[in-house]
Design a protein around this ligand. Structure first.
Ligand SMILES: [Zn+2]
Length: 179
């Protein structure tokens, strides 16, 4: 009869929250990936990729969200939690997810090159390991993937990135752009 209410517990709702965080990463010049961790229908951790800011290759959104969630729960076990992340987790994050005994992982865009939730390999459901997660992929995959595509297209189009060498000859103060 009436209009269906917005389901605040739905996968699409929480992926929308993760997407907002991915956009913050994008605005900060980071690979745009966002993650939220949900327990009992409530978000207990929010993070976005901060590899460049922290100069830390392990500062993926999932890793930061897991650490926050462990602090919130007061335990390294996240057995009754669900992680929502805009991109399929890499092998590092998938390994950490298995270590925390996370119940369920929901991701947006698949990552054929390095995805460890079924694309390149499936560490989240690898029988020899002592824990396996429920996995749902492809939630708002178009929006999640489009943000990543735009980021990498813009980065390729840029003449030089922050890691490129300074063209000014060393030791020549007249070439100092700050001077
Ligand atoms: Zn990762």
């Amino acid at each position: 009869m009436s209009e269906p209410a917005i389901d605040l517990h739905s996968d699409a709702h929480f992926m929308g929250q993760a997407l907002r965080l991915a956009r913050r990463a994008y605005a900060a010049g980071e690979v745009p990936v966002g993650a939220v961790l949900v327990r009992a229908g409530r978000i207990i951790a929010r993070a976005w990729n901060q590899v460049e800011l922290l100069k830390d290759a392990t500062a993926h959104a999932e890793m930061l969200a897991l650490t926050q969630a462990e602090a919130s729960v007061g335990d390294w076990r996240l057995t009754d939690c669900t992680l929502y992340v805009t991109k399929e987790p890499c092998p590092m994050c998938a390994g950490a997810i298995v270590h925390t005994r996370l119940e369920r992982v929901v991701f947006g865009a698949a990552d054929p090159k390095s995805g460890a939730a079924g694309s390149l390999l499936n560490l989240l459901q690898f029988p020899p390991l002592n824990h396996r997660c429920l996995v749902t992929g492809g939630v708002q995959a178009v929006e999640c993937g489009e943000l990543l595509r735009r980021f990498f297209a813009e980065r390729r189009a840029r003449p030089r990135g922050p890691a490129a060498p300074d063209p000014a000859p060393a030791g020549d103060p007249s070439q100092d752009p700050e001077g």
